[in-house]
Design a protein around this ligand. Sequence first.
Ligand code: AMP
Ligand code: ZN
Length: 114
Amino acid sequence: MADCIFCKIINGDIPSKKIYEDDKVLAFHDISPEAPVHFLVIPKEHIVSANEINEENSKIIAHIFIIINKIVRELNVADAGYRIINNCGTDGGQTVGHMHFHILAGRNLKWPPG
Ligand code: AMP
Ligand code: ZN
């Protein structure tokens, strides 16, 4: 998708601090971290939001969660705990229209979010 910043990160047109990459997903550090550990995992396929998940593309969700599991172990935050967030649409606080999962860790996170 031409005007999508996350597609540009996938293509290498915008630099990112990559953590993990395979043919289906990319994980990279959030540019504006809200916790000591804050990274994003995105599908390489341009899926706009969770609203677009369907039978055909749903396998990517399981894959993303497996990759999150792997990364949090490598970053040594799996045992202490972490939060996985998907913001969907305007009221959900989504600002980038390419579905992504935030992983926050490294501090005691408040609940509920604002
Ligand atoms: P959301 O508000 O859920 O759509 O989250 C978008 C996230 O993308 C925010 O946490 C931003 O800080 C992050 N972000 C935006 N541009 C970049 C970028 N170029 N590299 C890394 N993270 C970014
Ligand atoms: Zn995109």
